[in-house]
Ligand binder design. Structure first.
Ligand code: AMP
Ligand code: ZN
Length: 270
């Protein structure tokens, strides 16, 4: 697969980005976000990297160093946000407290916190769009996880252009790798000899997503594509029948589906 062409096709079809946009790319330091940053820069977009230092020991230090070097070589501005400066603690402490007090486990806490900080900093950096490195495998896992939880409505906002439309005052989250399989991105990153870590996050074990990922490892990329594409055909109908008004969190002002956003609901006890 020519992933550069596939990305260009997705950007065009879903109108993800304009050449005049300031595009902030959320960088985990892994192959997906690094590749999408590199390709968007190559396509001539005005890109800016945004990495949250989660304080995951050596893992975070290596990512910080490698992304700093990568952005320097490729002439891309990079902002590293320090989680301890933002929230006073590293992610492991926050996760431990929330596990004890709210029984929140797995990657849920990390996901909520990362999303909130990325939104806040994207706005601070004047971003029109916030790009993430979510790929076809992530999206296929989401479809199946929501189905197995008996709540396909959780996928109502699923789209390469999250939520399907822009909301004034917020940088829309967009996913140019939505239809690109993880295996193809790995091949691309290796062919470009990107000096990055190829391992999965050391904290992602024992979660439902990991179970589903393993379960799906026997499915071909073509089948994964069918899962994602066929679910996309359902999304407009789900949206029509389940209009979910996007509100503003009354505490922090970030986008939310209820009075308080998920972040404000959980951080008060840390
Ligand atoms: P993950 O939830 O780890 O699978 O990551 C999904 C996407 O979220 C990545 O492709 C990045 O775009 C973004 N992301 C993950 N971790 C970070 C981080 N520490 N800082 C900034 N963005 C991140
Ligand atoms: Zn809030």
């Amino acid at each position: 697969m020519d992933i550069e062409k596939e990305i260009a096709k997705t950007i065009k079809k879903y109108r993800l980005l304009k050449k005049s946009d300031k595009v902030v790319v959320a960088l985990s330091g892994g192959k997906d976000s690094t590749s999408v940053l590199y390709i968007l820069k190559k396509m001539g977009y005005d890109v800016h990297g945004l990495l949250i230092d989660l304080y995951l020991g050596k893992w975070s230090n290596i990512h910080n160093e490698k992304m700093t070097a990568f952005c320097e070589v490729n002439d891309i501005p990079l902002t590293i946000v320090d989680l301890k400066k933002e929230l006073g603690q590293g992610i492991c402490f926050i996760k431990a407290v929330l596990k004890k007090q709210k029984n929140l486990t797995g990657c849920t806490v990390c996901g909520i916190i990362k999303r909130w900080i990325l939104n806040k900093w994207a706005k601070k950096l004047g971003a029109d769009k916030l790009v993430t490195g979510h790929n076809l495998d992530d999206e296929a896992q989401n479809v199946l996880m929501n189905f197995l939880k008996g709540n396909i409505l959780l996928g109502v906002n699923s789209s390469p252009a999250t939520g399907g439309k822009e909301v004034v005052g917020f940088a829309q989250r967009v996913k140019p790798l939505f239809f690109v399989p993880e295996s193809e991105i790995r091949k691309y990153a290796k062919s470009k000899k990107f000096d990055i870590l190829y391992d999965k996050c050391p904290c992602a074990f024992g979660t439902y997503r990991v179970e589903i990922r393993e379960w799906m490892s026997g499915i071909s990329d073509l089948e994964k594509k069918k899962i994602v594409e066929n679910f996309q055909k359902l999304v407009p109908r789900l949206r029509k029948e389940n209009v979910m008004e996007l509100k503003v969190c009354k505490k922090c002002g970030e986008p939310s589906r209820s009075e308080l956003c998920n972040f404000c609901k959980i951080v008060s006890c840390v």
